[in-house]
Design a protein around this ligand. Structure first.
Ligand code: F6P
Length: 388
């Protein structure tokens, strides 16, 4: 069965730490097997360039030492330590025009690939699955995203590093918050899912964590509850507070708000003022606390990949090649119960597509799950419905 294979690899959607570690593992193992790996630049757009003759197929071949470093570091296998994607990535959604789709399919054909490894999140998975069906591709998908919201896998490459980055940011912000006796509101990425906010909020010692699964939108009750909660903290010696809000939480009008942390900070100021205006001693001084918002932004997608992400990336990359070796195509590589597995795309795609159509997250935080219970048992304020 060990005939020489030609395999394409691409990264699609938002970048994250660990993409290069996947590529490095795939290239290394393929080299041992004497298989050819073609790095497709800029997601599926790279196929268009091939179809249009702008790129020579040979120039896309990846070599194990293709990314060498100078001087005494020569020969150092540096790729797994670097975040971003050496192939470049694309996050502009579905190729809208039919003629682009045809070019993408033509590009795959011209490269005469036996299989394609696509590294992507939920959105990319959906798009590439359709392309693969149309083009008759042999597809293996590796999940990556700092949002950790790819269905059927417990972990996606990039999540662990982002969790560490956000946790570190919360730790850093704690000391400036304490020095100025401020309320710090920190906006964390995650798209429609609250995994990143919840995990890093717990690890970073947040007092309040708002995630879309428990608090889909800010409500007057939630703001008031939060202000009362902070007032209580103040009675118990704490003069500052750390609030984490996931970007997926909507504003009072139930609209998506790019600066939801700033909105929350403003609302906290207003409600603190209201609570204090009736002279209630319990809330005394609450309206004098400074409140500041920080949007962590794309820093959350940066940084040296954590050891777990490097391990996950390497294990996923090798698993993808094992599946191709066994000619088990059209599968999603997954992490389940501390082990690498795979799932048939045919089986899982209907559920994923249904979620996308309904605009719901395919892999949200479980409101009854152990992470929420842990946060709640620590006394972290999670919104009005999770607070007595
Ligand atoms: O899906 C990863 C992610 O970083 C989300 O957490 C975030 O909402 C989004 O991508 C940002 O996308 P862009 O880089 O296109 O602004």
């Amino acid at each position: 069965m060990n005939t020489k294979k030609k395999i394409g690899i691409l990264t699609s959607g938002g970048d994250c730490p660990g993409l290069n570690a996947i590529i490095r593992a795939v290239v290394k193992y393929a080299h041992l097997k004497d298989w050819d790996i073609f790095g497709i630049p800029r997601g599926t757009d790279g196929f268009i360039d091939v179809a249009q003759g702008k790129v020579e197929p040979e120039s896309l071949k990846l070599q194990p030492h293709g990314y060498d470093v100078p001087g005494v570091l020569q020969g150092l296998d540096i790729l797994q330590f670097m975040s971003g994607s050496v192939l470049g990535s694309l996050s502009r959604g579905n190729p809208a025009e039919e003629d682009v789709t045809l070019d993408i399919i033509e590009g795959y054909k011209r490269l005469e690939l036996d299989a394609l490894i696509a590294i992507g999140g939920d959105g990319s998975l959906d798009i590439i699955y359709d392309l693969a069906k149309k083009g008759g591709w042999n597809l293996v998908v590796i999940p990556k995203t700092i949002d950790n919201d790819v269905a059927f896998t417990e972990r996606s490459v990039g999540f662990d590093t982002a969790r560490n980055t956000v946790t570190q940011a919360l730790y850093d912000l704690t000391f400036t918050a304490a020095s100025h006796e401020r309320i710090m509101v920190v906006q964390v990425m995650g798209r429609d899912a609250g995994h990143l906010a919840l995990h890093s909020g717990i690890a970073g010692g947040a007092d309040c964590i708002l995630i879309p699964e428990l608090c889909p939108q800010l409500t007057p009750k939630t703001i008031e509850g939060m202000c009362k909660y902070i007032a209580k903290l103040r009675c118990d010696r704490r003069k500052f507070a750390l609030i984490v809000i996931a970007e997926g939480v909507h504003g009072l009008n139930n609209q998506k708000d790019t600066y939801i942390a700033e909105t929350l900070a403003t609302l906290i100021r207003e409600y603190s003022h209201n609570l204090c205006s009736n002279g209630n001693k319990e809330y005394q001084g609450l309206d004098e606390i400074d409140t500041r918002a920080t949007v962590l932004g794309h820093l959350q997608r940066c940084g040296v990949p954590s050891s777990f992400d490097r391990i996950l990336a390497t294990v996923f990359g090798i698993k993808a090649l094992h599946l191709i070796e066994e000619e088990r195509y059209n599968r999603l590589v997954i992490w389940q119960n501390g082990c690498v597995e795979s799932k048939s795309l045919e089986q899982i795609m209907p559920m994923i597509k249904w979620c996308h159509q309904e605009n719901t997250c395919p892999s949200p935080v479980d409101p009854e799950g152990f992470m929420v219970r842990t946060a709640s048992s620590l006394g972290i304020y999670l919104g009005e419905s999770n607070h007595d």
